[in-house]
Design a protein around this ligand. Structure first.
Ligand code: MN
Ligand code: MN
Length: 315
């Protein structure tokens, strides 16, 4: 029997962001209410970020429990905000995947049994969870609304990311009203809480929101941090350059990219490491290199802009 076999675990991805944490909590609440049970448990696969900490404190909610070690035979799990094996819990092949609720490309996870899967091309998992509350007539509390709207504001960069859809705006507006927040004011406070990057080490910065992708034979890491302070971008770039150059050799991945996203100016500075990585960026976006980095105006989405450009380079 698995060590968690009395519960059904609901978890987001490794290096959890605000959507992964908030969607695991709100989807757990939804399932427990829908089925009038307490067998669903919100879990996490790593430390919560400063941004997420701000959100949980604001709405007085505890952190989900950490999944320690690998899942075992008998464990049951629901994946939210991801579906790729390289981003999910260790031991996933031993566990039963009951559901996937997500808004990313399909990344090749293989399951042993049929499952419920809901994947929509919207800006945030929180938007899908909101729709499921509505469709099933489940009441949304102030806390749950607060977490869902925070996830939406975080993933869509205050509705400005190209991933943001009409559905995200509708959900965000109604949830903000239930939560009693002004999205503009609240989002700026939230981003600021997540932005004190200069105090962190290069390794910490790189690992805040770092995802691995398998593309053919290659393993590619794409990390992203965002800031509302344009002045600190060059400092962050300088700080991470050496770490990424060295780190790539040790990590066993072929290329690594760090998007330093400027939320206010809607652009990203992308620091590149690994053989050919800079060419992937200069060719993919038709820009000039600046040392080991490129500046990409209008590029803020890893999912919709960066990953497709990188995949294009490997075709
Ligand atoms: Mn996420
Ligand atoms: Mn998400």
């Amino acid at each position: 029997m698995g060590k968690y076999s009395d519960k059904i675990l609901v978890t987001g991805h490794k290096n959890p962001d605000t959507d992964s944490i908030c969607s695991s909590i709100t989807y757990t609440n939804f399932k427990n209410k829908l089925e009038n049970t307490d067998k669903y448990a919100a879990m996490r696969l790593g430390n919560v970020s400063d941004e997420t900490k701000f959100v949980l404190d604001y709405f007085n909610m505890p952190e989900p429990a950490l999944i320690e070690g690998a899942l075992e035979e008998g464990d049951k799990v629901i994946l939210v905000d991801h579906n790729e094996k390289s981003q999910t819990v260790d031991g996933i092949e031993n566990a039963e995947v009951l559901e996937i609720i997500d808004h990313h490309r399909l990344g090749g996870l293989v399951t042993a049994t049929p499952l419920f899967m809901r994947v929509q091309p919207v800006g945030c998992t929180g938007t899908i969870v909101y729709q499921m509350y509505k469709e099933n007539g489940i009441e949304i509390s102030r806390e749950m609304a607060g977490l869902m709207v925070s996830a939406i504001l975080s993933d869509t960069l205050l509705f400005r990311s190209p991933t943001c859809t009409e559905a995200d705006k509708i959900a965000g507006k109604e949830l903000a009203a239930i939560a009693g927040i002004d999205p503009e004011v609240y989002a700026k406070e939230m981003f600021k809480a997540g932005s004190n990057l200069c105090e962190k080490s290069a390794e910490e910065i790189f690992n805040i929101d770092c995802k691995k992708f398998e593309m053919g034979e290659k393993v590619i890491t794409v990390a992203q941090v965002s800031t509302i302070n344009s002045d600190e971008i060059e400092d962050i770039h300088k700080k991470v350059s050496d770490f990424m150059g060295e780190g790539i050799k040790a990590s066993g991945c072929d290329m690594a990219f760090l998007m330093i996203t400027d939320i206010i100016n809607e652009s990203s500075t992308v620091v590149c490491a690994g053989e050919g990585a800079i060419d992937v960026m200069t060719d993919g976006f038709e820009v000039e290199a600046n040392g080991d980095a490129v500046y990409l105006p209008g590029v803020v989405s890893r999912k919709k802009q960066m990953v497709p450009a990188i995949m294009g380079a490997f075709k």
